[in-house]
Write a protein that binds this ligand. Structure first.
Ligand SMILES: Nc1ncnc2c1ncn2[C@@H]1O[C@H](COP(=O)(O)OP(=O)(O)OP(=O)(O)O)[C@@H](O)[C@H]1O
Length: 183
């Protein structure tokens, strides 16, 4: 591992991982690794799940593909699961949580329906990802953050920037909140 560490941003689909990770990548110069996109672009899967309408991620392929990149540090990884990554990869793990009604609307707006919508809402209600993160990483590197509003997102950017500023990741560029990308 180099001077720059790696950050994992996880949470149920729709909680705002990709939005937060892109702002952070822009402000820090870290690379944003959106696992879903990598899986598709680099064929790190075992085919398409027609029921859930997503690729069946191959964990070994993903870990092998990312190992060298992660060992160099300076990555912000964004994924809706966290238990199959090597624990040593991450210096900070952030779990985003969104109030169920807000999440429902976000996912519905994205065209989620039926089983896919229901399973994702249940996942959030049951705190599945928070529990998975608690079982997979040490409490001291874990932050659980609310992601209901734009204001929450701004606050979350500051939390991660300060984590990076106070860790071995060293100095990061802080731009003013007005310049931040909005969605
Ligand atoms: N804190 C927030 N407040 C309000 N809206 C948000 C917030 N975070 C994200 N959104 C909006 O919610 C939607 C989902 O965000 P995003 O794609 O970042 O979620 P995600 O967790 O990365 O989802 P997935 O796991 O499916 O990729 C987007 O329309 C985004 O603009």
């Amino acid at each position: 591992m180099t001077d720059k560490g790696n950050v994992l941003i996880t949470g149920t689909p729709g909680t705002g991982k990709t939005s937060l990770a892109s702002i952070l990548a822009e402000q820090t110069g870290y690379s944003h690794i959106e696992i879903g996109r990598f899986v598709k672009d680099h064929n790190l899967h075992d085919g398409w799940d027609a029921d859930l309408e997503c690729y069946i991620l191959n964990e070994d392929k993903v870990c092998d593909f990312l190992e060298e990149r992660m060992s160099k540090g300076g990555n912000i990884v964004d994924h809706h699961g966290c238990d199959f990554f090597p624990e040593r990869w991450f210096d900070h793990v952030v779990v985003l949580q969104t109030e169920n009604g807000i999440l429902y609307n976000r996912l519905e707006q994205r065209g989620y329906k039926g089983r896919k919508l229901q399973e994702n809402i249940e996942c959030e209600i049951m705190h599945v990802i928070v529990e998975e993160a608690r079982e997979s990483y040490k409490e001291e590197i874990l932050k659980v953050l609310k992601s209901d509003t734009v204001e929450d997102q701004d606050a979350n950017v500051d939390v991660v920037l300060s984590l990076l500023g106070s860790s071995k990741a060293g100095n990061v560029n802080r731009s003013s909140p007005e310049k931040r990308q909005r969605f």
